[in-house]
Design a protein around this ligand. Sequence first.
Ligand SMILES: [Zn+2]
Length: 174
Amino acid sequence: MIFGHLPAGYITSKLLLRKCYNDSINPGAFMFWGLFGAIAPDIDLLYYLLIDPFEPRNHHHTYVTHLPIFWLTLLLISVFWLLLQRNRGKNQATFFIFVLNGFIHIVLDTLTGHIFWMSPSMDNAIFWIADTSAETNYFTHWTFALELLLILWALTEWYKSAIKKRAKRNNPIT
Ligand SMILES: [Zn+2]
């Protein structure tokens, strides 16, 4: 997946914010870290393109930032941190949304690309729906519809919250 990560991060952050909002959470920071988490695994592309371009056997999905075990470990830590603290502050919430969206990135990547779910063993990479790595034109492959779906869903969420904000501004008493 290429274009669906940010929209997916926006949707998850928005839905969680709506469901779990409390006074200790800063909505702006929550959304920022949520969106950052949604693209954080692809930071390895910088390393792949700038430092490791002459190693053709490597794919950026082999780096630690694309290994499910890395994000699952962080997810476990973030859940424990949430459970341990009585007053769920903004640090726990922002760390949780960052890690959750990072993990969702890996799940979405597995739909159309190879991910090493059995890591640390790097023997088998799996995909769940279709392998698009050899596609010459990704935009005409049917799985691109999944990306469009996420973009449309995110736009719908954004539109709904914009309408809500406008209504609140026009009628601050309600
Ligand atoms: Zn990725």
